[in-house]
Design a protein around this ligand. Structure first.
Ligand code: NAP
Length: 311
């Protein structure tokens, strides 16, 4: 028996449990609420979607959790000190979905869509200079599963692409940077800055006044990672002083974004309701199933989150 532990609405839980049972015909996946204490004690692993920590009680013999989401900061807040290993979703389909979103919103900024939309609302006819994609420099913060696929997609569409990661990387046709100096070097050249970093104690508030000041005047920011990586007040100041031209925000410190948030009405912010890369039920279930079958056969765990770095 494998528990499915989540805070999803009942209707969504039912869909996930049915799809997981279909992908794992030799296992029985059940909602944790339907398990007895004796059942819980038998479990070595669980499938989770941001579980309420209280719902993990009683699972005394858990070795690992498989999350159906890619981001693990919520799990890290509850399980950082626990010996239970965390496995996150690494799904090429998710990376492609994110890369498509990064391309779509980079094109939106590259082709000046926010500016022309403003002109239309004022019935104002003015043509601005066209810049070829090869001259548009896009810097990506984070070159992991999502960042690398996004960099590749942008490159295939002709953009001048750079990326920054914690460890040095070498990627075909992408200029890569690491470390503090590398970050500063990339920022000064980024017309569009795309954030695809995990939220960790180090990245929290990383996009602040000092970082934004290093970007060229008139540049734009896309945040598809986690809201708390940006210092919102600093971003608003940078937008209001017109140092930053536009921001596309898909993620926020508190979601859904409060009705009272001033971000909604800001003329230079595009708000998206956390839609850049939703988990795909079918491909996620296949990946979870593959990892669990491998564990049952060999006792080997998939790649786990490094609790020291937080991702
Ligand atoms: P990942 O594979 O773990 O990659 C993270 C990247 O960030 C790596 O390149 C890592 O560097 C870099 N990094 C981490 N800490 C750093 C630091 N302090 N300085 C410099 N670079 C640092 O993660 P992923 O799968 O690409 O996902 C990234 C994030 O996207 C997730 O954590 C999640 O929050 C978010 N996400 C959002 C959505 C959405 O719909 N909006 C959907 C899925 C995921 P190294 O390569 O050197 O380790």
């Amino acid at each position: 028996m494998i528990p499915f532990i989540s805070q999803l609405p009942e209707s969504e839980q039912i869909i996930w449990i049915a799809a997981l049972n279909q992908a794992l015909p030799d296992e029985t996946i059940v909602g944790s609420a339907d398990m007895t204490l004796a059942d819980k004690k038998q479990c070595q692993l669980a499938i989770v979607a941001n579980p309420n920590p209280e719902h993990l009680a009683g699972f005394e013999n858990l070795i690992w959790l498989h999350s159906i989401w890619a981001g693990v900061e919520y799990l890290m807040t509850t399980l950082a000190e626990s010996p239970i290993e965390i496995v996150r979703l690494i799904d090429p389909m998710l990376s492609q979905t994110m890369a498509e979103a990064v391309l779509a919103w980079s094109l939106y900024l590259h082709r000046d869509m926010p500016r022309y939309a403003k002109q239309q609302s004022n019935k104002y006819w003015l043509q601005h200079q066209y810049l070829p994609a090869s001259e548009r420099r896009i810097g990506i913060l984070g070159l992991g599963e999502l960042g690398q696929e996004s960099a590749k997609q942008l490159k295939q569409n002709g953009f001048n692409v750079m990326g920054w990661s914690r460890n040095e990387k070498s990627l075909a046709n992408i200029t890569t940077y690491s470390g503090e100096h590398g970050l500063a070097e990339m920022l000064t050249q980024s017309d569009i800055l795309v954030c695809l970093l995990p939220l960790t104690p180090v990245t929290k508030g990383l996009i602040n006044q000092q970082l934004l000041a290093k970007l060229p005047k008139g540049s734009a920011v896309i945040n598809f990672a986690r809201g708390a990586i940006i210092n919102t007040d600093d971003l608003l100041n940078a937008l209001n002083s017109q140092h930053i031209n536009h921001a596309v925000l898909d993620v926020f410190e508190h979601e859904p974004l409060s009705e009272n948030s001033e971000l909604w009405q800001h003329p230079d912010i595009t708000i998206l309701p956390h839609i850049s890369a939703p988990t795909n039920l079918n491909s996620a279930c296949k990946i979870v199933a593959k990892n669990i079958i491998q564990f049952r056969q060999s006792g080997q765990l998939p790649v786990c989150v490094d609790k020291k770095t937080g991702y």
